[in-house]
Design a protein around this ligand. Sequence first.
Ligand code: R5P
Length: 294
Amino acid sequence: MNRPIVFALPGSEALLQALCTALDAEPGALEHRQFPDGETYLRIESDVADRHVVLLSSLDRPDGKLLPLLFAADTLRELGALKLGLVAPYLAYMRQDVRFHPGEAVTSRTFAALLSRHLDWMVTVDPHLHRYHALAEIYRIPTQVVHAAPLLAAWIKRNVARPLIIGPDMESEQWVAQVAADADAPFLVCEKVRSGDREVTISIPNASAFLDRQAVLVDDITSSGRTLAVAARQLASMGFAPPDCVVVHPLFAGDAAQVLGGYVGRIVSTNTIVHTSNDIDMMPVIAEAVRNAP
Ligand code: R5P
């Protein structure tokens, strides 16, 4: 691969320098603005002919980001980019992986088909794989998944004495087990039942043997914050101190921060989505994956 050039799409500008440094890449210049009627103006200002081009776009709040991304991708190709890859530290629409009710859109498939048509490869961090087992089930381009678990474990080892790792639902067992092993800590996995976007109930297994430990809730995504808040309230009722929360993708939608306030200790996250809780840098491992891109 010749020295890549990286363009940050709107919302991911704060990650550009870190990725360029980790990748030894050139930051590309791109102008983006809205016309008065809300349509997008986009201009590529750097020379990309025969270059390996990386688009950096974390796809939280994806609907407003998708069109600029597709406009940029097509323009870069027209301007002669040799290869065009996407680094999407957070990949959206992975949770709508089945038609739960008749007539619902399985948006993960449409989203994947769209991205696959415009790009040559993609790198992402821990996509929410639940009913899909691999991105290849819906993406038609080569994809690489970077895992945050080793870095979450390293943060916990450095910052928490005698941790007890807790996964809030069965899906979390895959990464919670690895985080716990890497952090030399015991772990528990709870059972969660979701009855609405903001309604969950959580049952925590008997944890009385661990009351002298610091509970650390580990989850891939915090969206409404209800999963962590409900788990934290349960832990308090069992006699635990407020749990620390370590999250891969800090979506923190709506009133999530307020909902969590008072129930939890520290909240830390990776920088797959720019947020005040970011304390774990994923860019070096993302850069490693980009170096292996086809
Ligand atoms: C869901 O299965 C995920 O692993 C997270 O637990 C979930 O997305 C968190 O959502 P919220 O913060 O809205 O409870």
